[in-house]
Design a protein around this ligand. Structure first.
Ligand code: GTP
Length: 172
């Protein structure tokens, strides 16, 4: 349906940031193409995909920007944040370090983006509950202290992935 694909009411630039290996690229491909890659390579620089989202009243074209979490790529620069209306900060529930680094990512978003940018904390890899290093309680507490949304997801089994993108789009 070409006409549907090209007609939209709003274009939203949404960022995915977080440490390397937390699953940003797979969250994106799960949402945009419903696929998952067990051996996905680290993102180099910045890539983006688009998806049309129907939030009831409006048709949104979401432009989803995926960055390299590896510091050596230095992908997250001020210009990356320009025009962003939403940001997912992703950590891996099996990596306490990736959760500790959320503070760093949050500070970057707050420093460089518009004050109205909606921020969503994502604890990914919920399918690996047996390897969990970050409790839901701690993440919920952090999210409420910082006034941001929170959800655990699994790019592998798809749980809460679409829901999180829809919630963020509705909030924007
Ligand atoms: P960078 O591009 O280096 O910043 O990494 P990234 O955050 O984009 O991570 P990526 O999506 O490449 O995933 C890293 C590894 O985690 C890959 O081996 C994925 O298959 C795996 N992975 C991603 N999401 C999940 C998930 O929800 N569950 C499980 N079990 N593995 C996942």
């Amino acid at each position: 349906m070409i006409a549907y694909e090209t007609q939209w009411d709003y274009l939203f630039k949404i960022l995915l940031i977080g440490d390397s290996g937390v699953g940003k690229t797979n969250l994106l491909t799960r949402f945009c193409q419903n696929t998952f890659d067990q051996d996905s390579k680290s993102t180099i620089g910045v890539e983006f995909s688009t998806k049309i989202i129907d939030v009831g009243q409006y048709i949104i074209k979401a432009q989803l920007w995926d960055t390299a979490g590896q510091e050596r790529y230095n992908a997250v620069t001020k210009s990356y944040f320009r025009g962003a209306v939403g940001a997912f900060i992703v950590y891996d529930i099996t990596s306490f370090v990736s959760f500790q680094n959320v503070t760093k990512w949050l500070n970057l978003v707050r420093e460089f983006s518009n004050p109205n940018t909606q921020i969503f904390l994502i604890g990914n890899k919920s399918d690996l509950n047996h390897l969990r290093q970050v409790t839901q309680q701690d993440a919920k507490k952090f999210a409420s202290q910082n006034d941001i949304f929170f959800q655990e997801t699994s790019a592998l089994d798809g749980s809460n992935v679409e829901k999180s993108f829809l919630i963020l789009s509705e909030k924007i």
